[in-house]
Design a protein around this ligand. Structure first.
Ligand SMILES: Cc1cc2nc3c(=O)[nH]c(=O)nc-3n(C[C@H](O)[C@H](O)[C@H](O)COP(=O)(O)O)c2cc1C
Length: 189
């Protein structure tokens, strides 16, 4: 699959079938996160893969989103913020969140490219998730949970891809609010 196709076809899936993805695909998906840009090239992300159905169910409860419990695997994306706070001071929180987003997007595209399905889950009770996956260090924060499976066939027919905003509504030229691309004024000398 071409990159542009993966970008266009990626979508959030909320119904999964019982079919189990190949474990090697899950590892390859996580491997794509390593290639994301990281502030100071310091890789502070960790990934907890969950495949115990009981733990998946508990984490679905922590997300208050039952569809998470239908997934065959979860990837819990974590940052260990210990070094970031020293390195980046007041920018640390922003950098940590942004680089996690970059890594997550790599994984979403890889999941799409493999014909698997997922949804970026950002809503969860963090302490509850930490308890389930036994996170001990207090400096670890949970960035997102990616439930992974195959899209349920019943769902596939129903779901139309969400309409995306038009470029002209989000693009300005040279200054905030300028929607027309004007040639630069000639300066008479
Ligand atoms: C930071 C973030 C948090 C999100 N959290 C959730 C979530 O908790 N549950 C959910 O169903 N979708 C969640 N989503 C997915 C969005 O709802 C979804 O991307 C959006 O509706 C656009 O649909 P699409 O992904 O199919 O293009 C989240 C997305 C982002 C970027």
């Amino acid at each position: 699959m071409e990159l542009q196709d993966a970008i266009n076809e990626r979508k959030s899936v909320h119904r999964f079938s019982d079919k189990k993805p190949d474990w090697r695909d899950i590892l390859e998906v996580i491997d794509t996160a390593r290639h994301a840009p990281m502030a100071g090239n310091d890789f502070i992300l960790k990934f907890v893969t969950v495949f115990d159905p009981k733990v998946i169910e508990k984490i679905a409860d922590a997300c208050q989103q039952p569809f998470v419990g239908e997934a065959q695997y979860l990837i819990v994306v974590c940052s260990d913020t210990k070094r970031a706070t020293n390195q980046f001071g007041e920018k640390a929180d922003m950098f940590v969140r942004q680089q996690a987003g970059a890594a997550i997007q790599n994984m979403l595209l890889s999941i799409t490219e493999k014909g698997l399905a997922t949804c970026w889950v950002g809503y969860f009770v963090e302490e509850q998730v930490k308890r389930e996956i036994k996170v001990i260090p207090p400096t670890v924060q949970i960035e997102a949970i990616l439930p992974i499976g195959y899209e349920s066939k019943a769902q596939e027919h129903k779901k139309v891809k969400k309409k995306k905003i038009d470029l002209e509504n989000v693009l300005f030229f040279n200054k905030w609010g300028e929607q027309k691309m004007r040639p630069p004024k000639k300066v008479l000398t």
